[in-house]
Design a protein around this ligand. Structure first.
Ligand code: AMP
Length: 697
C-alpha cells in the first residue's frame, strides 16, 4: 500500500507483523501456505520500508529482525532455571517392558503414557516473557547452557511471539514461559549442505545432529539462516505455569501457541499400544524426512510425573526406547589398505556413502584378509552395512544374488600401497605388515599417535594439519614437531580454497595455539612419551609398567632383554620389540632430538644412567660437525646425558665452545672472552668417555 494512504503507520506496522507471522506459521509449521511467495515478499518489503521510515516503532521481535538483529549475548552462559535432564535408555523391548513394570508397580495399575519420536538433534530452551521470545539457549551440561538467541531467531518455525490462543493457557502469575524441544536438520537439508561443502572443499558434517549443533553455534547468524534448521517442541519447564495438567494437553497447548509439534505422537491407554507404536516407528524410520533414534515414552499426567520425580540424571517418569542397530545396503566400491603406525596393513571397505543410524558411512574396516575371505566380500558387491548408535560401522555380508558376474575374490597386495616395499605376514598373526622404516603412511600414523590424547596430547594438532605438514615436508618424524615455527604453521597451505577460490592457510590464531600446545606437550610424563613413541606392542599400561622399573629412555635403551621381560605384564614378545626399537639408529636419532628439544626423557629426579661428570659445565656448539655428521641437537643431547648444560649464546659463564667447520661469530666472541675452544675430535672424545681429562684442552 502506498505510504501516503496510511493514516496510522504504527497500526499498519502491527498489522503487517501479525500477518507475516501468520503466513510464516502456515508455511513452516503447518506446511500449508495460503499465499504465494511473491505476495509474502511484497508484505515483507512493505513492512521493511515502514520500519525504516518510522524507526520509533522498532521491535526486536519483528519478522524483519529474524536475520540481522543486533548480536547480543551470543554464546554467553545461561543458567537454566530448572535443570534440563537427560533420559534413561531402554536398549530393547525387554528393558522397555521392565520400565513399564516399574511404573505399574508404583501406581498399582497401568497409567496412560504418551509416546513421541526421539528426534536426533540438539536440545533447545526458548524463554518467552509477556508472549515475546527473549532468549534461546542450548542444554549445555543441563545446568548451564549457551545463549543462542540471535541464531535461533533465524529459524522460521520458532514463533517470535506466542499466539493468542496459547496466551490464554498461561497462568497470570507465571513470570515467564520456558518451552523446550529439539532443533534439528532434515535429511534433505543435511544432504544439500554436505554437497555444497564438498563443492567448496570444506569439511562435511558426519551426521544431521552435528550439522544442527554446528549451525546453531555459528558466529554469524546469516550462516545459521542459510542452514535450514527446524524445531519440534515437546516440553515446558515449570509445568505449573500452564493450565494444562498432562503431556498430552501440553502438546495441544504448544500447537495453539504456534510451535512446531511433531504429529507422530500417541497417547496409550494400554501397554501393548506402546510396543506397537515403537515397532511401527522403527519400520517407518527411514521414510521420515528427519533422523530419529528411538521413541520417548512419558507418563502422561503431570501429577503422576511429580510423584515419580527424578534421579540425579534423568526423570523417572520417562524413558528413551533406543532403536536396534540399523542396517542399510550399499555398494562396495573398492577395498583399500590402511597402513598403521607399526606397519600393520588393514583392509578398508570404500563404500558408496550411505546414511546409517544418523551418520554417513563411507568407509568401514574389514579387519584382515581372513575376515574378507570368511565373508567372501568382493569389489562390486552390494553389501549390508550395520551401525548401532555411535558404534563403529560394520560390513555384515554381501548379497550374493546381486553380485556382478566378473567380481573376483579379493587378494592381499604383495607390496605396501604407500611405499611399495614387500609386505610380510608373521607366523601366527592375522595381519600383514610393511616393515619398511621409511614408509610415509606409517610416519603419518606415528605422528598422529604422538599428538593424540593418551600420548603427548598436542591439542589442536589434528589429522588434517599433520597430513599437510607431512606433505609439505615439515614433518617426517615426531621430533620434527619441535622444530616447527610460528611462521611455518601460520602459512601452512591447507590444500583447500575458500568461497572466492583463494587457498586457505592455517592462520595466525591457530598457529599461536599450536605453538603453545607444542610447548605444553614437552612436559608430559615419561610413560606417555614411551607410549607416544609407538613401540610395537607397547600400549599405555605397558608403558606405565616399564617406566616404573626404567625411569628414563636411556635406562630403557640399556636394559637387557631379561630385565625388560620381567616387568609386570611384559613378556618376551614385548621385550624383543622394545629392544628392536632401541637398536634402530633412526629411532635413537629421534630420541636425541626430542631430548634436545626439552621433551621429557626421564622421570623427574631421574637423570640419564650415565655418570653425571659434566654437571655444572655449560657448552655452546657452533659451526657444523662434519666429521661425525651429528646435528647440533644431537650433539647437545650427548652432552646433556652427562649432566652438562647446553646454551645457544656465549657468555663469561660458558665453560667450552665446541667449534665445528665454518664456526663464526660465536668463536670470535669466545676468543674475546677467553672461553676455551674444543675441536670436533675433542668433543667426540669427550662424549665417548664423559671424562674432561680426555680432551687435553
Ligand atoms: P540422550 O541425549 O540420549 O540422553 O537423550 C535425551 C535427549 O533426547 C534429550 O535431551 C532431548 O534433547 C532428546 N529428545 C529428542 N526427542 C525427544 C522427545 N520427544 N522428548 C524428550 N527428549 C527428546
Amino acid at each position: 500500500m502506498p505510504s501516503d494512504l496510511i493514516h496510522d503507520p504504527e497500526q499498519r506496522i502491527q498489522q503487517l507483523r501479525r500477518e507475516i507471522e501468520y503466513h510464516t506459521h502456515r508455511y513452516y509449521v503447518l506446511d500449508d501456505p495460503e499465499i504465494s511467495d511473491n505476495a509474502f515478499d511484497s508484505l515483507m518489503r512493505e513492512l521493511t520500508k515502514l520500519e525504516h521510515d518510522y524507526p520509533q516503532f522498532f521491535d526486536p521481535n519483528s519478522p524483519t529482525q529474524r536475520v540481522g538483529g543486533a548480536v547480543g549475548n551470543q554464546f554467553s552462559p545461561v543458567q537454566h532455571e530448572e535443570r534440563m535432564y537427560s533420559l534413561d535408555n531402554a536398549m530393547d523391548e525387554g528393558e522397555l517392558g521392565e520400565w513399564l513394570d516399574r511404573i505399574e508397580q508404583a501406581f498399582g495399575r497401568f497409567v496412560p503414557v504418551v509416546c513421541e519420536l526421539k528426534i536426533d538433534g540438539s536440545s533447545l530452551a526458548l524463554t518467552y516473557e509477556n508472549g515475546s521470545l527473549v532468549r534461546a539457549a542450548t542444554r549445555g551440561d543441563g545446568t548451564t547452557g549457551e545463549d543462542v538467541t540471535v541464531n535461533v531467531k533465524t529459524v522460521h518455525d520458532v514463533p517470535l511471539r506466542l499466539h493468542e490462543k496459547g496466551m490464554e493457557g498461561i497462568h497470570e502469575d507465571a513470570p515467564s514461559i520456558e518451552v523446550r524441544g529439539e532443533i534439528y536438520m532434515s535429511k534433505a537439508s543435511f544432504d544439500a549442505l554436505n554437497e555444497q561443502a564438498e563443492k567448496e572443499h570444506r569439511n562435511s558434517f558426519a551426521n544431521p545432529r552435528n550439522a544442527a549443533a554446528g549451525s546453531l553455534r555459528q558466529k554469524d547468524p546469516t550462516v545459521t539462516a542459510e542452514r535450514e534448521l527446524s524445531t519440534f517442541m515437546y516440553a515446558i519447564a515449570r509445568d505449573r505455569s500452564l493450565v494444562c495438567t498432562s503431556q498430552w494437553e501440553l502438546l495441544q497447548w504448544l500447537r495453539d501457541a504456534g510451535f512446531h509439534v511433531n504429529p507422530d505422537v500417541i497417547r496409550c491407554e494400554k501397554r501393548e499400544q506402546v510396543f506397537e507404536f515403537c515397532r511401527s516407528c522403527l519400520e517407518r524410520r527411514s521414510d521420515l524426512p528427519y533422523e530419529i533414534d528411538g521413541v520417548v515414552v512419558k507418563v502422561d499426567s503431570f501429577d503422576l510425573q511429580h510423584q515419580l520425580g527424578y534421579t540425579a540424571r534423568a526423570p523417572r517418569w520417562a524413558i528413551a526406547y533406543k532403536f536396534p542397530p540399523e542396517e542399510k545396503t550399499t555398494l562396495l566400491k573398492a577395498i583399500t589398505i590402511q597402513v598403521g603406525r607399526t606397519g600393520a596393513l588393514t583392509p578398508v571397505a570404500e563404500l558408496e556413502p550411505v546414511l546409517v543410524a544418523g551418520s554417513t558411512v563411507a568407509r568401514a574396516t574389514l579387519h584382515n584378509e581372513d575376515e574378507i575371505k570368511r565373508k567372501d566380500l568382493r569389489v562390486g558387491d552390494t553389501v549390508i552395512v550395520r551401525k548401532a548408535g555411535d558404534v563403529i560401522p560394520e560390513v555384515l555380508r554381501p548379497i550374493e544374488s546381486l553380485r556382478p558376474s566378473d567380481a573376483k575374490p579379493w587378494v592381499m597386495p604383495k607390496h605396501c600401497p604407500s611405499c611399495g616395499s614387500p609386505i610380510v605376514r608373521e607366523e601366527g598373526e592375522a595381519a600383514y605388515r610393511c616393515v619398511s622404516l621409511d614408509c610415509p603412511a606409517q610416519a603419518h600414523e606415528r605422528l598422529i599417535h604422538w599428538a593424540s590424547r593418551g600420548a603427548c596430547d598436542i591439542e589442536g594438532m589434528g589429522e588434517e594439519i599433520i597430513a599437510r605438514l607431512l606433505a609439505t615436508g615439515h614433518l617426517k618424524d615426531v621430533a620434527d614437531y619441535y622444530s616447527l615455527t610460528q611462521d611455518v604453521l601460520e602459512n601452512l597451505d591447507m590444500d583447500r580454497v575458500n568461497k572466492k577460490g583463494e587457498p586457505i592457510r592455517l592462520g595466525k590464531t591457530l598457529a599461536t595455539k599450536l605453538m603453545a600446545a607444542l610447548e605444553e606437550s614437552k612436559t608430559r610424563s615419561l610413560a606417555r612419551v614411551v607410549f607416544g613413541l609407538g613401540i610395537r606392542h607397547v600400549g599405555k599400561t605397558t608403558a606405565e609398567q616399564l617406566v616404573k622399573v626404567f625411569p628414563s629412555l636411556e635406562a630403557l635403551k640399556e636394559a637387557s632383554h631379561e630385565a625388560i621381560a620381567q616387568v609386570d605384564g611384559v613378556g618376551d614378545i614385548i621385550a624383543q620389540s622394545v629392544q628392536d626399537f632401541f637398536k634402530t639408529p633412526d629411532n635413537l636419532e629421534v630420541i636425541a632430538r626430542l631430548e634436545a628439544a626439552g621433551v621429557t626423557v626421564a622421570e623427574e629426579g631421574e637423570g640419564s644412567s650415565l655418570p653425571q661428570t659434566l654437571q655444572g659445565y655449560t657448552f655452546v656448539i657452533t659451526g657444523s660437525l662434519v666429521e661425525s655428521g651429528l646435528t647440533r641437537d644431537e650433539a647437545a643431547a650427548r652432552l646433556k646425558a652427562y649432566g652438562a648444560k647446553v646454551s645457544s649464546s656465549v657468555s663469561k659463564k660458558t665453560s667450552y665452545v665446541i667449534c665445528g667447520e665454518a664456526a663464526g661469530s660465536k668463536r670470535t666472541k669466545a676468543e674475546e672472552l677467553g672461553v676455551p675452544l674444543l675441536s670436533e675430535q675433542q668433543f667426540l672424545a669427550l662424549v665417548e668417555s664423559g671424562d674432561l681429562t680426555s680432551i687435553n684442552a
